[in-house]
Design a protein around this ligand. Structure first.
Ligand code: HEC
Length: 201
């Protein structure tokens, strides 16, 4: 038997034998350290595998749409959503109104009134009969389209129409809406244009 296999093999048969020996300590320590740092790395880089972290975005707009918004942007986004679902059918997404259906909100003196009070009466109680909008005569009728909406939604939609399509006027607050709603009471009757004109803006 040569010197080389003195330790590996049975002295009687010369066959290799298995012996027990413990794994070296350093391998165990290094493995634990690697597992631990790997865990830390995943913790701080994985975003908990949230699909918002990994999904590629198709466009800048899409990415922007999920960003937190500032107070004003949030109000306008809400107002736009309310507008599109409640008012846009008649007044149009472009605010230009539709012949025979509804007057324009873009450029309307009713929308851009100094204060919010007179304007807020319109969605909360409705308008009926003769009304002049941007020099054009209308004589139709609009139900109280905003009466069923919460104050915040009415404020948001009025703020939206006051600052879209080139319109420029101050924001409307939920408090403004609340006051007008209390003034109108429980059973709103639609106003005529001349009644509205008698109210303070
Ligand atoms: C079913 C159609 C319809 C819907 C929906 C509707 N309106 Fe109107 N709106 C009208 C009509 C018609 C008039 C004019 C009424 C008249 O001739 O007396 C009007 C008038 C107005 C006016 C005053 C005139 C002007 O153009 O500035 C404002 C402001 C207004 N609507 C805002 C809104 C808002 C805000 C909503 C959503 C909450 C809304 N409307 C939803 C049909 C509609």
């Amino acid at each position: 038997m040569s010197d080389e296999n003195k330790n590996c093999c049975s002295p009687e048969t010369g066959e290799p034998t298995a012996t027990r020996s413990s794994a070296p300590m350093w391998i165990i320590v290094v493995t634990l350290v690697l597992l631990f740092t790997g865990g830390l790395f995943l913790d701080s880089h994985s975003g908990w595998f949230d699909k918002n972290v990994y999904a590629p975005y198709q466009s800048r707009e899409q990415l922007e749409s999920i960003q937190p918004k500032s107070g004003e942007k949030q109000l306008l986004a809400r107002g736009k959503a309310v507008y599109e679902s409640v008012c846009g059918i008649c007044h149009g997404s472009d605010g230009l109104g539709k012949p025979g259906q509804a007057p324009a909100l873009a450029g309307s003196e009713w929308v851009m009134a100094k204060g919010a009070s007179r304007l807020a009466h319109i969605p909360l109680a409705g308008v009926a009969g003769a009304i002049q909008v941007g020099g054009k005569d209308w004589n139709m009728n609009m139900a109280a389209m905003g009466a069923a909406l919460p104050d915040e939604d009415v404020a948001a939609v009025l703020t939206y129409i006051r600052s879209s399509w080139g319109n420029k006027a101050d924001a409307v607050t939920a408090d403004d809406v609340k006051k007008v709603r209390a003034e109108i009471g429980k059973s709103p009757q639609p106003y005529s244009g001349s009644q509205l004109l008698k109210m303070p803006e």
